[in-house]
Each structure stands twice: as structure tokens, then as C-alpha cells.
Write a protein that binds this ligand. Structure first.
Ligand SMILES: Nc1ncnc2c1ncn2[C@@H]1O[C@H](COP(=O)(O)OP(=O)(O)O)[C@@H](O)[C@H]1O
Ligand SMILES: [Mg+2]
Length: 340
């Protein structure tokens, strides 16, 4: 049976070789097909990533007429439409910013004239009848508020336009807080609130823009007096290696849950009816937050209804040094963090 055995071996050998060759062939074909499908998908993913990173001009290359080419075409048209809409929104937002800034500027000239006339009337109010004299006083008070509002609007439009510049110099925050507290004393006395200053244990010097920081702290202290219901207000200053913090705490109406984030919104007020006649313009904390961000600092709020509110300003000691941790706690000790 030698003959048959040799034939069988030949058949099985050729089957084996053929099988191996077939496996390699199938593998190669599978690899080629997979590569053809996967490469465009990978390319699409990387284009999508670049789009996400803000490179709105990025597009996918379209080749052939298969399903992948159709995907690329619809992807590109989606990117086109997104880009157009974002451009439109940007243009609209610029127009609105310009409008606010222009209107504020335009209003300044007539307001100066009105102011001078109102001052004249106000000075000679003794010669008028009682209702007219009262009107003269009202006019003067409302004009004060109008001027403040206009100044705040101009300031905020400067931030929006990106024109706000930081003028830093080494400042002792404790001295600055002292000055603000001295200025706020008369108002606090009228409202019956004592202002208590807690001095820093170490030095509280930082590279900041004194005009801006003074404005932030004055706004926080005036807010605390206005919402403090006559209870004492505590102002603490403290520093660590990377940052200096100022904490203004009152024990008045406080903030309801969720309001700690809202207070920094433009024109937001907890009680719109009441605050329209007292307090500032509703832009105070919005401007303060912009000022804090300009310093790469933090401005945060915490409050509980009926318990009071705490506002903490944390500023880096130097502009090139990021804040590690704030030297003062925002949430009072003994209160759970999640109550914020
Ligand atoms: N210390 C505080 N306690 C309670 N509410 C506050 C306090 N400070 C600010 N708020 C709330 O935040 C709002 C916005 O404040 P702000 O931007 O300074 O504007 P304004 O003082 O002109 O109302 C206030 O109207 C008030 O409702
Ligand atoms: Mg205010």
C-alpha cells in the first residue's frame, strides 16, 4: 500500500499548506477591510476633538460616495451650521455690549445738565411749598442713584469689552480694610450694627489693585450692613503662603439655599420690591466678582435664612502664584459643608 500511503500524505500535506495559506489570506483581507473602515472613523474622532477644543474651522475630508463619505458630508454641514450660529451669537453679544456702553455714555451729558438744575432747585427748596420741596429732595436722591447706576453700567461694559486693566502694587489688606470700615461706620451706626474687625495673625500684604479691592470690600461691608438687621458684623483678615482672604460675616436675613450663586448675577435681588429703593444698583456683586477674577482670585458666598451670610474674598499674594487654599473658612465651623 506504499503507493496509496504516499498519495494520502501528499493530499494531507497540500491540505495543510493550503489551509495555512488560506488563514493568512483571510487575515490579510480582514485587516485591510477593517483598516478601511476604522481609519476614517478615527479621523472623524480627531476632527471632532479639535472642533470641541474650539477650532471651529476644522472639517473632515470627503472622498468617494460610500456611507463614510456621506457621514463626512453631514458632519461637515453640521460643523458649518454650528460655526455660523456661534459667529452670529458672538456678533449679537458684541452689538449688545456696544449698545449698553454707548447708551451709558450718551446719557452722561444730559444727566450732568439735569444734575446742575436739580442741585439749584434743591438748594432753594426752602422757598417752595412743602410738597414741591419734598419733590426737590426726591429728585436729588433719585439722581444720585441714577448716577451710581450709570457709573456701574459703564464699569461693567468695560469688563465686557475686555478693557479692564489691573494696576497692582504691594498693599497691606489690613490697612485697606481698616479704611473701608472707617468709611462704613456712619452707615452702620445708622442701622445699629457694630463693625468688628478681626486682625490677621501674620502679615496680610498682597500684590493687588487697591482701587478695585477697596471697591469689593466696601460693597461687601455695605451689603452686610444693609442686610444685617442691626446685628454685629464681623470682618476678618488672614493670610497664608499663597493667599490673603477677607471674610465679611453678618447675622441678618441670610441667603436661602441656591441663592449663594445667584447673588453674583447682574441685577439679581432677593427681594426686588424692597431693594429698588434701598441698597445699591444691583450690579455691586457682579462688578466685585469681575474684579476678583481679574486678580485671579475668588469671591464666594455662603448663607442660611435667618442665620446670616458670609462673603469671602481670596486673593493670591502674587499674580503669578496660584492660590492653594483660602486662609479663612467660608462655611462656619460646626455647619455641614453640604448645607451650602
Ligand atoms: N450680606 C447679605 N445678606 C443677604 N443678602 C445679600 C447680602 N449681600 C447681598 N445680598 C443679596 O444680593 C443682592 C445683590 O447684591 P448687590 O449686587 O450688592 O446689589 P445691591 O446691593 O445693589 O442690591 C442683594 O440685593 C441681596 O438680595
Ligand atoms: Mg450692594
Amino acid at each position: 500500500m506504499y503507493q496509496e500511503q504516499a498519495t494520502l500524505r501528499l493530499i494531507s500535506n497540500s491540505l495543510l499548506i493550503g489551509g495555512i495559506a488560506l488563514i493568512f489570506l483571510i487575515g490579510a483581507i480582514a485587516w485591510l477591510v477593517a483598516r478601511q473602515a476604522v481609519t476614517p472613523v478615527r479621523r472623524a474622532a480627531s476632527v471632532a476633538q479639535r472642533l470641541e477644543a474650539g477650532d471651529l474651522g476644522e472639517r473632515m475630508p470627503v472622498s468617494g460616495e460610500d456611507d463614510l463619505a456621506r457621514l463626512a458630508t453631514s458632519f461637515n454641514s453640521m460643523a458649518d451650521s454650528l460655526q455660523t450660529q456661534i459667529r452670529q451669537l458672538e456678533a449679537l453679544s458684541r452689538v449688545q455690549q456696544r449698545f449698553v456702553s454707548d447708551v451709558s455714555h450718551e446719557l452722561r451729558t444730559p444727566l450732568t445738565t439735569v444734575r446742575m438744575a436739580a442741585d439749584l432747585i434743591h438748594d432753594s427748596r426752602q422757598e417752595f411749598t412743602v410738597p414741591v420741596a419734598r419733590s426737590a429732595e426726591l429728585l436729588s436722591g433719585e439722581l444720585d442713584r441714577f448716577e451710581e447706576l450709570l457709573a456701574d453700567l459703564l464699569e461693567i461694559s468695560r469688563f465686557d469689552a475686555g478693557f479692564a486693566a489691573l494696576d497692582t502694587e504691594p498693599v497691606d489688606l489690613e490697612e485697606l480694610v481698616d479704611r473701608v470700615v472707617l468709611g462704613a461706620r456712619p452707615l452702620a451706626e445708622r442701622r445699629g450694627s457694630a463693625l468688628i474687625l478681626e486682625r490677621a495673625t501674620g502679615d496680610a500684604e498682597a500684590d493687588v489693585d487697591p482701587r478695585r479691592v477697596e471697591r469689593i470690600i466696601r460693597n461687601l461691608v455695605v451689603n452686610a450692613v444693609e442686610h444685617g438687621e442691626g446685628r454685629p458684623i464681623c470682618i476678618a483678615v488672614e493670610g497664608n503662603e499663597t493667599a490673603v482672604a477677607v471674610l465679611v460675616e453678618d447675622h441678618g436675613v441670610g441667603l436661602r439655599p441656591g441663592e449663594a450663586g445667584l447673588v453674583f448675577n447682574r441685577f439679581w435681588r432677593a427681594d426686588p420690591a424692597r431693594a429698588r429703593h434701598t441698597g445699591g444698583t444691583g450690579l455691586g456683586l457682579a462688578i466685585s466678582l469681575e474684579d476678583a477674577h481679574l486678580h485671579h482670585g475668588w469671591l464666594q458666598a455662603w448663607g442660611m435664612p435667618g442665620e446670616g451670610a458670609r462673603f469671602r474674598l481670596t486673593l493670591p499674594r502674587r499674580q503669578d502664584l496660584p492660590i492653594g487654599e483660602s486662609p479663612l473658612p467660608l462655611v462656619p465651623r460646626g455647619v455641614e459643608e453640604d448645607a451650602e
